[in-house]
Every structure is written in structure tokens, then in C-alpha cells.
Design a protein around this ligand. Sequence first.
Ligand code: PHE
Ligand code: NA
Length: 445
Amino acid sequence: MGEIKREGFANKIGAIAAIAGSAIGLGNIWRFPYMAGSNGGGAFLFVYLICIAILGFSVMMAEFILGRAAQRNVVGAYGKFGNKNWKIVGYIANITGFVLLSFYGIIGGWALKYIYLSITNSFSGKTSTQLGAIFSSFIGKGMQPLFWYILFMALTAIIILSGVQKGIEKASEIMMPLLFGIIIILAVRALFLPGAKEGLKFLFAVDFSKITGKVILSALGHSFFTLSLGMGTMVIYGSYIKEKTKLENVALQVIIADTLVAILAGIVIFPAIFTFGINPAGGPGLAFITLPNVFLKITGGYFIAILFFALLSIAALTSSISILEVLVAYFVEEKNIDRKKATIVTTIVMIMVGIPASLSLNPSRHLIFGGKSIFDWFDFFTGTLMLPVGGLFVSIFVGWFLDKNIIKKELKDNQLLMKFLSFTLKFIAPITVFIVLINGLGIIK
Ligand code: PHE
Ligand code: NA
């Protein structure tokens, strides 16, 4: 219920754990390598890091400020400080979250399935090609991926139902460091693979001729995706941050942790790609085909695989709950629907929206339009287009419209930070996002 939620995160550590829990997820381990792989490797990483540095911090701060000042969900926050039209921006954020979670849950389902495959020792003795076949035949089946998808969504709903704060905070505090530890072990092992040099070169060497409008657009979109920006997650989580906590500290630590995990995941995956002859532009299956190859090479790989996919699933859950929370908080706070009903209904509708996306992964079902499956469209529409649009609006709102005294209070009168944010939110963020969107969409050449 409303009153429980407004208790917020217990303390600064809990807030950082929960917010890092939202940020660190499939975006780092599944989406980052696949995006980098299809967008020129180092060229993508380069633009991505620039986006994180110049936009990530400012937009995250804008969402935190808006949420903590309003003590509301994203629609309510815009409604509290802005006119009716601004509420529309909140609704758009809700729709983005809706579509985003319906495809995020599908990949969450894959992660769960891969725990099961690890436990049953299904990778043992397989060649790289066979591991690829395991993945594509699994996602192409009808009921199987749906079963794991629904299971993942049900777990997400259960956590949201059973009082988020204690659940998220506790789980994140324990699991995040563990995930970090395992990725470091894997990264060190990957550095000894024969393809390490080539893989690292692909990831880190920037070929400037590869930086196209599409690469820039993808990198921009992914920088919002990975930091959970542009759809109200950081507004609602910001509203749970204690009054006395410094928002900028939370933002900085979360951004550093998230970026580290993505780069570490790249250090695991790209050396393996070049060692096992996998195509880096292979698309959404990349991590799921590559990682089992690495586990097969490691002593104790059987256990590490189980642990890894379990942690990946948990990392995915601490993100998916943060998406569902946006919608549930909206229904509870704006529509006075009780938390239980809001959670169950939202989850069920979302599952239905995701079903065609999951089914579209089998080409023989003809759910492919304009060269992209429904799944790819959901990913592209949310992760590449709508999150930057949401980020654009929140920057404009906080930069131009929100009362300066509110910002002053939320930033504890930190003059330098206020000047910095006023510049980035007023000008840099809106202009950059606007130009990239227009360019990437091919409207201007
Ligand atoms: N940041 C999450 C990840 O990297 C995904 C996410 C996007 C979560 C948007 C919330 C909102 O996996
Ligand atoms: Na992330």
C-alpha cells in the first residue's frame, strides 16, 4: 500500500544497492555485448561511454530530483509540478515501461532456463556450433520459452507483492557483490583464451570510420537502457531515497558500478567470441551462446555456470521489479487501486503483450516486419527510441520548468552542482538527444 512504499529505502547503502540493482541487469551482460557486437565494437563502446559521461549523470539526477521532491510516481510527479500536458509525458513513460518489461521478461526467462540447463549439465561435451543450436532451437519453440517467461514474470510480481523495499534492498545487497565477483573471475579466465587479443581489440580499439548515425543512436539508447533512465524508474526510486542522502553520491556510485559490470562482461564475451568462432554481430543470442563455451573451459565450470545464471537471473529480477514498480506505483497512487490488484492485473496484461514477441523469434512464424521480429521491434522501440525521448523530456522539465527552490533543496544548496546541472539539463542533454534522434532516424543526413 501507499503508506508502506512511502517509507522508502532504509538508508544510503540500501538505496545504492536497490538502485544499482535496477541499473545492473540484462542490459550489462546480455544487451551491451550484443549491441557492441552489432555496432562496430570499440566504436560503440566509445560513443556509449561519452553518452554515459555527459548525459547519464545529469538525467539520473533530474529523475532523482523530480521523484524525491514529488514523493510520487512519474505521472504523479509531472502532474504535481507541471500542467496537464506534462502528465502525458508521464503516460508515455508508463507505456515504454510496459513494452520494455514485456520483452525484458522474455530474456529473463532465458536466464532461468539456462540455470536449468546448467544444473542438468547440458553444455558438457558440446561444440560451439552445438551450443548455438541449443539456444536457437530453445527460443524458437513455442511453449518452452513462454513457460520460462511466465515464470520470470511471476517471480517479478511476487517480489513486488511481498513489499519491495526489504526484498529489493536485502537481495541486492548480497547478490550484487557476488555477481561482481564471478564476472571478475570469468574476465580473468577469458583473458587467457587464445582469442583474447583479438576480442579485446574488437571491444576497445576505436575505428572512427565505423561511427555512423545508427551506431550513435544505438549507443545513446543503450546508455539510457543500462542506467534505467527515461521511463520513470529513477523517479519512483528517487522518491524512496531518504531526505538526508546526497543524490549525487548515489548517482555517481551507481553509474560507476553499472559501467564496470558492462565492460567486464565485454571482457568475458569478446575474447570468447573470437576463440570459438562466433559471429560478434550475431544478435540477441550472443551472451547465451558464448558464455557456456567459457564455462566449459574452466575448472569447476559446472558450478560456476549454475551460480552465474542464478546471479544473472537475480540481477534481471532486481531490474524487472524496478520496471513493474513504476506501473504499480502509478495505479496505487493515481488510481487508488490496491497494490495486489494492480500488480496482478499489470503482470497478466504484460505477459500477453510479450507472447507475440517471444513467438516472433522463430522465423517460420512470419512475425517479422521490416526486417525485424516483433521482439527486435520492442527492443528497438523502447531501448533505442523511447528511453532517450523520456530522458529528453525529464531534462527539459527539470532544467526549464521545475521551481529553482525545489532543486536547491534537493541538492542541499550545492551551488556548483546546481550550475552544472542547470547547464547540462537546459542545453546539453536536450540538444544532444534531439540531434541524435533526428539523425539516427535518417530525417537529416
Ligand atoms: N537497467 C536495466 C538493465 O541494464 C534495464 C532497465 C531499463 C531497468 C529501464 C529499468 C528501466 O538491465
Ligand atoms: Na545496466
